[in-house]
Design a protein around this ligand. Sequence first.
Ligand SMILES: Cc1cc2nc3c(=O)[nH]c(=O)nc-3n(C[C@H](O)[C@H](O)[C@H](O)COP(=O)(O)OP(=O)(O)OC[C@H]3O[C@@H](n4cnc5c(N)ncnc54)[C@H](O)[C@@H]3O)c2cc1C
Length: 386
Amino acid sequence: MDFKFTDEQEFFRASVRDAVDRLIRPKIQEIDEADDFPMELWKEFAQLGYLGLRHPEQYGGLESDVITSMIFYEELARGSCGFAMSVTMQILMGTYFIGRFANEEIKQRVLVPAIKGEKIGTICFTEDQSGSDLAGTRTTAVKRDNGWLINGRKMWITNGPICDFCTVLATVDPSKGLDGLSFFLVEKGTDGFSCGQLIHKLGSHGSVTGELIFDNVFVPDENLLGEGAGNGMKYTTDILNEVRVMTALMACAIADEAIIDARKFAQQRVAFGSAISKYQLIRAKFANHWAWYEAARLLAYKAAWMIQEGIECQYECMLAKMFATEMCLSAVDEATRIYGGNSFAMEYPPQRFFRDARFLLFGGGCHEVLQNAIGAAFLRRGSTSK
Ligand SMILES: Cc1cc2nc3c(=O)[nH]c(=O)nc-3n(C[C@H](O)[C@H](O)[C@H](O)COP(=O)(O)OP(=O)(O)OC[C@H]3O[C@@H](n4cnc5c(N)ncnc54)[C@H](O)[C@@H]3O)c2cc1C
């Protein structure tokens, strides 16, 4: 076994950390308070090439391996969580189906500018009445001559209010549930495509979120992303695996930032004649975090390694996401306890970690939904690990 990153990966981590330290961290509070999309920062990040992390070099991408991309997400989440959400949306879900299925002309028109940061993308699964249960998708795509007519509304779309293009999940046959779903590319400026209400979020400020409306939106045949209508869901496993491990590593980063910040506070705060870091009950919080953080991070990087090696790892990715998310929620809670009453003041960081961490629960699969799937898989197995 080898638990080491390669020299190249360590070098890459150091360069991302440097960019996050220089460009994002000085602005974290400003971004959180403004709750607006930081366009200048977006452009700076795009110039560094990170938006093409997983895409081929021929389109301007970095063509990174899976573990290197996970290093990027982990380091990025040490800055603004909201900005990290927007960036990861662009790199992963926002451009994935275009990179995998679009024809050359669409790739030149959409993917190349997206990698340069000149166009912003997103993915639209969620609707008012369907989140975890995608079989409940009501957005329809009806076949017309040379294309498809899309009707419906999508909710909770990261980058939605500022997107130049989106990949939309729609049903081509509502009677078939999951087997009737397909992905379609819709670009800004297409008749009938508009932005609806903005959603004001509890945390992850800096990414803009809202509703997208498709009112008789016509797209040509080549905008169907994937082979054959109704085959969309079979293409989601690979990308969901990456999204889950990415979310797990973002959770590790947020948790660690919160606890490191709380450590500084504990070493300075005096109660009953000594720094509170001297008290065993406070030390226990750091000890527990250390153990759970290491375990969560190992699980996440093991899952990343399995993806990279092409080993079947759907459940390992779910485990990583589920465990790291709960670890993070516990860590941000403990950080607020260490800060005491000051954790309730907006000028101290714990409230931001506490708010930001909540989004981790939903993206990439709600905890309960993952538990259902993991539990069912466990019951089918002969032993825990096989
Ligand atoms: C900040 C943020 C950004 C987002 N960005 C995007 C985006 O860009 N694109 C997009 O498409 N979506 C996005 N989403 C939506 C997200 O994907 C959904 O919130 C998620 O899929 C869960 O769906 P839901 O919120 O409708 O909850 P529901 O699916 O309605 O679930 C509600 C509750 O019921 C539980 N539950 C559901 N089914 C079961 C079951 N079978 N057994 C037990 N419990 C169950 C869930 O665990 C949860 O606790 C975003 C959400 C947030 C918060």
